[in-house]
Design a protein around this ligand. Structure first.
Ligand code: ADP
Ligand code: MG
Length: 547
């Protein structure tokens, strides 16, 4: 039910509260929009983000674009100049509805107070139904304090969860037949499967069918990373040699190398599962297209597997190849992790962090090497417990996402920690949000893996040498940041816990201390070797990819 008299900012809050998860936090508008979109992903209902006009709305565009590209629901509501001042050069005047069209599924300004409930309802519904995404509602300034007679307002009830559709039976049988004929099958689990809450059916399907699976970055945790059928550590091999791929809620975009050679077999048969019909056939024409809700379709596939009593044998050459590769890669990472040098390398840091993190924690991550290497070393065990730069590759989302995850955790009280693993450069985008974390006592643990730069930096001695040579603005490589910058002191400045870490012992004891504290946020500034890099990659094109 909607209450609309008088329409004040409070009334707008009420509408939102009726329809959406309302993240009642004050955060800068760009981070607020990232945060609200993460709420949408985590809860399945859009978070609402209120921004001021002009620059406030423009700062939120990054979050809207990110949400849209990630297929996450979010509703942005922008204040706007008065209706009678359009084109008059009003304060913060901007063509906001038009600007938002590129970044949203729906963008509109209610023409009257009476129209607000139905426009908000449409925005909320559109953000969730079909492929989820961002929606924008523009509220003219003169509406904020205006009044309306309640009896003239059409009451709009809260919209239910999206309707669920199943794939057609013939296509399901065809998919099962293609899987049965496959010699080297592979299941790819994307963040659509996470968003679609397909974890229970998917676990049963994978275990009944005996198929190997590979999660995408945010598909991690739909099934636990330590599941015996997970072949994430043999990713390149699995993608290259699979003859049939069951693609569950993942697009064949750059994250999956477009489904094309040289990363995929040119003759690979794709069984594509998605709720968006327009997605079918992007880059590769699927052998079978299963249109509908992932959870429903996995249930259908499961029925097919049960009916036929079919199971892919664990005794095949394909399983042997994948397991050998998984073991070899794990051995290589472990050897790097156990190097006892100071400064530490990435692998050492992640090895120890992974040992200490609780299995139910939510991991937020961004950065270049930090995110890439961290993804391979930090396991996820639960669905929707990893948030990262995503399909848009957006840096700067980390602290907003962490704030959202901590706020959701506070309302759901599951007792789960939020751990934000940041590169030093990524932290710089939104580092001041530590103030928000301190203001609300959100017990987020931020781990800044600090290599003094973007991809790589220099050590303090080299920096001093360069400074002696002349003006650093012309000498220092643009990818270097201030060596050994005290990010920990940024956290301390606002009353949180900040710790500078150089060794394995310091890392372990500081992380244990932070994990035992639920009262305030912490930041571990982990100084690593500025030349630390990813381990040798099998293919040269992997060296600088985000995967
Ligand atoms: P990833 O980043 O993991 O590769 P993408 O964001 O590329 O995943 O793809 C997610 C896909 O999942 C999108 O194409 C989206 O349309 C689809 N999707 C989202 N929710 C559902 C759902 N409930 N059922 C089926 N498909 C879904
Ligand atoms: Mg860095």
């Amino acid at each position: 039910m909607v209450h609309l008299t008088p329409l004040s900012p409070t009334a707008v809050y009420l509408h939102l509260h009726t329809f959406t998860t309302f993240l009642y936090l004050y955060v800068t508008s760009q981070q607020a929009c990232y945060a609200a979109s993460a709420v949408g992903y985590l809860t399945g209902r859009p978070g609402a983000c209120l921004v001021v006009s002009g620059p406030g709305l423009i700062h939120a565009l990054g979050g809207m674009a990110n949400a849209n590209v990630n297929c996450w629901p979010v509703v942005v509501i922008g204040g706007s100049s008065d209706r009678n001042q359009e084109t008059a050069g009003a304060f913060q005047e901007f063509p906001q509805v038009e600007a938002c069209r590129l970044y949203s599924k729906f963008s509109a300004r209610p023409s009257s107070l009476e129209a607000i409930p139905s426009v908000i309802e449409k925005a909320v519904r559109t953000s969730m139904y079909g492929r989820p995404g961002a929606c924008y509602v523009d509220i003219a300034g003169d509406m904020v304090n205006a009044k309306v007679d309640r009896s003239t307002v059409r009451v709009v009830s809260c919209c239910p969860s999206p309707p669920v559709s199943f794939a057609d039976h013939d296509s399901i049988s065809e998919a099962i037949n293609v899987l049965k004929k496959s010699k080297r099958p592979l299941v790819i689990i994307g963040k659509g499967a996470a968003y679609g809450r397909a974890e229970v059916a998917l676990k049963e399907f994978v275990e009944m069918s005996g198929l190997p699976f590979l999660p995408t970055p945010m598909g991690k945790g739909v099934l636990p990373d330590d599941h015996p059928n997970c072949v994430a550590a043999a990713r390149s091999r699995a993608l290259l040699q699979a003859d049939v791929v069951l693609l569950l809620g993942a697009r064949l975009n750059w994250i999956l190398h477009f489904g094309l050679p040289p990363r995929f077999d040119p003759d690979v048969k794709i069984i594509q599962v998605d709720l968006c019909a327009e997605e079918m056939g992007n880059n590769v024409r699927p052998a079978v297209a299963l249109l509908g809700d992932i959870n429903a379709i996995v249930t259908q596939l499961l029925e097919g597997v049960y009916k036929d009593g079919w199971k892919y044998s664990s005794d095949t050459e394909w399983w042997g190849t994948l397991k050998d590769k998984v073991a070899a890669n794990a051995k290589m990472s472990k050897a790097l992790a156990l190097q006892s040098t100071v400064p530490m390398n990435y692998y050492t840091v992640f090895h120890h962090v992974a040992q200490l993190l609780p299995h139910d924690c939510i991991i937020v991550s961004e950065g270049a090497n930090t995110m890439d290497i961290g993804r391979t070393m930090l396991n996820n065990y639960l669905p929707r417990h990893r948030l990262d730069a995503g399909t848009f590759g957006t840096m700067g989302v980390g602290l907003g996402f962490a704030i959202a995850a901590a706020a959701v955790e506070r309302s759901e009280k599951k007792g789960q920690r939020v751990v934000c693993v940041e590169g030093d450069s990524a932290f710089g985008f939104s580092g001041m949000e530590v103030e928000t974390m301190c203001r609300y006592n959100l017990p987020v643990i931020i781990i800044v893996v600090n290599n003094n730069g973007i991809y790589s930096g220099v050590d303090p001695e080299t920096w001093k040498e360069m400074a002696k040579m002349g003006d650093l603005t012309s000498i220092a490589p643009p990818v270097t940041l201030l060596p050994e910058a005290r990010y920990d002191e940024v956290m301390t400045a606002f009353g949180g816990r900040g710790v500078l870490v150089r060794t394995v012992e310091e890392l372990r004891s500081a992380l244990q201390l932070c994990l035992s504290d639920w009262e305030k946020p912490s930041l571990l500034n982990v100084l690593i070797d500025p030349s630390s890099d990813r381990k040798q990659q099998e293919f040269p094109w992997l060296t600088r990819s985000n995967l």
